[in-house]
Ligand binder design. Structure first.
Ligand code: COA
Length: 184
């Protein structure tokens, strides 16, 4: 209640950046320590939207006008389709909820809209690549219907330890065959 999900705009970049950076120093959610900069995230937002990839924010309308951005979600290519166009019907999601706002359904609302956007864009499979020790996120994705399809051991490292990744998959449609290959 009181949460609006909408496409991100340039003015949301500082909040998107803050929400993402809050996790970098102390958690293994994202396998980097260097903080994102608003300039970098602005370029990212432009590139994503130009490519037709959804970038969504959740806004708490009860905090004023404009309301506070309390989460964001996006999808991007699962693997580089300029090199391997055969991956073009598969995308990978990212979702972050602002600290102190978890457990209120914000993540789920963002993902439900993101899933619809991916479907509307003709995508076939959505992948979540989650740090195995982030059990909350594994559970969160499973509650949305994602199914664990693989675990890779010690393919990452951060904070002095090896990290495993869990791949979860959501089937966006059940098309028996893909659209024909195009020549572009
Ligand atoms: C993971 C995250 C996105 C969940 O968002 P959220 O807004 O707290 O989740 P919601 O309130 O929408 O919960 C949706 C479902 O996930 C479950 N869930 C959420 N957090 C959970 C937790 N810590 N442990 C177990 N289940 C959890 C909820 O129980 C709920 O299930 P239900 O519908 O059966 O009640 C959020 O905690 C977050 O941003 N974490 C830090 C960043 C991160 O890990 N991102 C994912 C990287 S892969």
């Amino acid at each position: 209640v009181g949460i609006t999900i909408r496409d991100a705009v340039a003015a949301d970049v500082p909040a998107i950046t803050d929400i993402q950076n809050a996790l970098l120093d102390t958690t293994t959610v994202e396998w980097r320590t260097e903080h994102h900069t608003p300039a970098e995230k602005s370029a990212w937002l432009r590139a994503h939207q130009h490519a037709g990839h959804a970038v969504l924010v959740a806004v708490d309308d009860t905090t004023g006008d404009p309301g506070e951005v309390v989460g964001w979600a996006a999808y991007h290519e699962f693997r580089p389709t300029d090199r391997w166009p055969g991956y073009r019907f598969t995308v990978e999601n990212t979702v972050h909820v602002r600290e102190g706002h978890g457990g209120a359904g914000i993540g789920r609302s963002l993902m439900l809209e993101l899933i619809e956007r991916a479907r509307a864009a003709g995508r076939h499979r959505l992948i979540a690549a989650v740090t195995a020790e982030n059990e909350a996120s594994v559970r969160f994705h499973e509650r949305l219907g994602f199914v664990e399809v693989g675990r890779l051991g010690q393919v990452g490292s951060k904070l002095g330890r090896w990290l495993d990744v869990v791949f979860l998959q959501l089937d966006l449609d059940d098309a028996a065959t893909p659209p024909p290959d195009d020549v572009s």
